[in-house]
Write a new protein. Sequence first.
Length: 474
Amino acid sequence: FDEEYDVIIVGSGFAGIACGIKCAEKGYKTLMIEKMGRIGGNSVINGGIFCVPQNDLQKKAGIKDSNELFIADCMKAGLGINHKELLETLAKRAHETYQFTLKYGAKYLDSLVHEGGHSVPRTYQTAVGSGAGIVLPLMERFEKMAGVALKTRTKFDDFVMDDAGRVIGILAREDYRFDSKLFSDDLENQGGTPKAFKATKAVMLASGGFCQDKYYRAVQDPRLTPSTDSTNHPGATAGVLLKAFGIGAVPVQVSWIQFGPWACPDEKGFGVGSMFNVNASFRYGISVDPKTGKRYMNELADRKIRADHMFAVIGKDENYPINLCDSQAIERLLPDHYEKALKAGILKKFNTLEELAQHYKMPVEAFKKTVTDYNSYVKAGKDPEFGKPTNMVDGITLSKAPFYAMRGTPKLHHTMGGLQINTQAQVIHSKTHQPIPGLYAAGEVTGGVHGASRLGSVAITDCLTFGMIAGENI
Ligand code: ADP
């Protein structure tokens, strides 16, 4: 071995940072490695929405919630194949996780987001409007803690095991240059200096999902082509996951890959448009088929239901749905969630509904009737057409000009499957059905929590909570 640590953490997103802080709190000599030039993976670029059942803001607003309701919502979206004991652990610990982030400098808005598929609003939004509002303050504190080392451009390649099957270290490469033009996690062609790192207590995997692994994702779902766009950072590949399978870790539900329904086809990736749809158009507005000028789904259904409906509208001729809201909705947004999109020209502003319809070549009268009908549903408190929970839209109708609209499309967002872990964040071995000694994992590299489809804003809860649990148990 070239260097020795107590704990080695692979990945610098939510899961890695939460584990890192817990280890450093105990005085462990902790190394975190990150293969990219910047820290934070998907965590730092995501929307920063963090689901906490039974939280303080709910109590203030008189919203009744329970752990059981949270679990039932997750299992409904997950088609019942979620590993329930992991969800129970999340529900029990989520509030503590939230407090842990506050302690280390994260800041949140004082109103809740209502994410699709949740029975009640139970989601915090970071004050800066993205995951950076958690990742950056926590990382800043982590880096200052005693005994901590962070190495970027350092890529995990393989495990080092002893004869008894315990993970005792890793092989990695420093000065590694990630090449996003490569199809997959190519071990041969990206250079760097090989090194062996010893981990006397544990190796913790927090390497995220594989939405950008153009080979492995297409093996799981052959409908995905190399050009299928994703909201993820380019380094979201399957290399670590496959190496863990190689030492006996159990794969869980690896072919369930989620599309985020709130992206925009007129920009790449997560972009600057996604949060407009997450926070405004879907909740306070509607999504319409431009061919008919009509709604076609419950805009607050879970992600899988929405993505499936959107793909049906898009069809073969790229007939992208139009997501829209009025000024009352925009007034509730953080400036970051619409100003950048306006500037980029993907979000458009219209003085009248007619103007909006004409711009997107929609049948004007049909579209106006859609809006009138929708407004009447909001007023009546019931959407007989699609069952949108109108009690969650705060009485906001599409009525105050100007109106705002964006073309919408689902993009690859989250891989639900991964490594099997127990409630202690230990990775399970396929032969013994017992933990692989010395190996922990948390976050998107693991599977089971979300079943077939993850509810929005539960990723942060999952990654941080199991990251924290890994750190506690190492
Ligand atoms: P999570 O939300 O599960 O914490 P993220 O995507 O936020 O996941 O973070 C995972 C991080 O792990 C990313 O920054 C990614 O670049 C990094 N990573 C993935 N594979 C490797 C590897 N082989 N070596 C080092 N870091 C890796």
